[in-house]
Design a binder for this molecule. Structure first.
Ligand SMILES: C[S@@+](CC[C@H](N)C(=O)[O-])C[C@H]1O[C@@H](n2cnc3c(N)ncnc32)[C@H](O)[C@@H]1O
Length: 259
């Protein structure tokens, strides 16, 4: 783990100079465009389906919002839409009297196209936006619940992203972030690191055919700030309170930040 201030202010794909945020974002965009056709397969395969369990944890944690008479939800960095869909389904289950609307946004069109197909097949309303999560085309204080699963780590500037989510949220609103982390238990951490450093990049790069995307995944998780550093970052961006909930021994962390 590295301090959040220096020099890791955001994602840094291989070959990009520190501080060149526009190029970092472009490299991330192009990488996801390349892996989009196999993203779901690899996600579930390489995580042993545990990614579904983590998304369910997030959905459960934000139920108080999903039960409201009126709630405006934005899932940023939605990728192929699994979290946005899970949120819409839970809203439909809890409040069958309401339209289960959830904005799903991502800056990578090939990912969004897959999300659109899934919403269509599920018979749920599709509200999609091709947008950069650090510059969302939404007014201030217009959203009650912002979610982001495994996308925050990919932002070119974490602080700018956190400030943007804070800007979007209405008073009482919540940001729910799911992100990888480093397990705290030594043995579990060693096993996890072995898998992440040696198995996952080889398998992921080979199956995705993307030449490097899954090495980036491993590298980005290692460079990502620790949960306490993320808490500081969110508080610094304007959130009043941050809850940290480690999942699966700390492999993943659910952050709930309130404005
Ligand atoms: C690892 S995927 C996660 C997708 C999905 N949330 C999930 O849980 O499977 C990260 C996604 O973030 C998107 N992304 C990365 N940086 C972004 C940015 N600045 N603005 C919008 N989307 C971004 C990528 O295009 C990709 O679809």
């Amino acid at each position: 783990m590295v301090p959040v201030e220096e020099p890791q202010r955001g994602a840094l794909p291989a070959g990009i100079e520190v501080g060149n945020e526009a190029e970092a974002a472009r490299a991330v965009h192009d990488m996801f465009a390349r892996v989009a056709p196999r993203y779901d397969l690899l996600n579930h395969l390489l995580s042993g389906q545990i990614d579904r369990f983590w998304r369910r944890k997030l959905v459960r944690a934000v139920r108080p919002y999903l039960q409201r008479d009126a709630v405006s939800i934005a899932d940023c960095c939605c990728g192929t839409g699994d979290l946005a869909l899970a949120l819409a389904r839970e809203r439909a289950r809890l409040r069958p009297d309401k339209v289960p609307a959830c904005l799903a946004s991502d800056f990578c069109r090939p990912m969004l196209v897959r999300a659109a197909d899934k919403f269509e097949r599920a018979g749920l309303p599709r509200i999609l936006a091709e947008a950069d999560a650090t510059r969302m085309p939404l007014p201030d204080s217009s959203v009650d619940l912002v979610t982001i699963a495994f996308g925050f780590r990919n932002l070119a500037n974490y602080r700018v992203g956190a400030e943007e989510f804070c800007r979007l949220l209405a008073p009482g609103g919540c940001l729910a972030v799911l992100e990888f982390s480093q397990p705290t238990f030594k043995l579990w951490g060693a096993l996890f690191n072995f898998y992440f450093q040696h198995v996952l990049p080889r398998l992921g790069n080979a199956i995705s055919g993307s030449g490097g995307a899954y090495s980036y995944l491993q590298d980005s998780v290692q460079r990502f700030p620790s949960p306490e550093q993320v808490r500081k970052l969110l508080i610094g961006a304007g959130f009043k309170r941050v809850e940290i909930r480690p999942l699966s021994g700390g492999v993943s962390v659910l952050y709930l930040a309130y404005v």
